[in-house]
Design a protein around this ligand. Structure first.
Ligand SMILES: [Zn+2]
Ligand SMILES: [Zn+2]
Length: 108
């Protein structure tokens, strides 16, 4: 195996992750892809990839955008934590994300 292949783990995992994400969701009337697999204690969808427990919505986002940079969060615009539809996700810095949630809370 060359260094080239090892340095691109997300590419190598794409078909595998893609199938697993597609097979474990239920699309609801709002177009949310509700995760049918395991959720973590915070209610987020989780998937085991390469022996690591990952957030399924982040993996779905990475299929479209490539590796998520450190310090970036994938925010659910639809406000459904178990949704893995990449179109419902917005990449924000952690501080932007926190501010948005505080604003949402204040408005509720
Ligand atoms: Zn959604
Ligand atoms: Zn959020």
């Amino acid at each position: 195996m060359t260094d080239d292949v090892i340095s691109r783990p997300s590419n190598r995992n794409v078909p595998f992750a893609f199938d697993r994400l597609r097979n474990r969701r239920m699309i609801d009337e709002k177009g949310c892809h509700r995760w049918l697999g395991a959720l973590n204690t915070s209610g987020y969808a989780t998937i085991r990839l390469d022996g690591k427990l990952r957030l399924a919505h982040v993996v779905a986002w990475e299929l479209d955008h490539g590796r998520k940079p450190i310090g970036v969060d994938c925010h659910h615009v639809c406000e459904r934590k178990d949704c893995i539809n990449p179109r419902h996700l917005l990449a924000l810095t952690k501080s932007e994300h926190k501010r948005l949630h505080l604003a949402q809370k204040a408005g509720a």
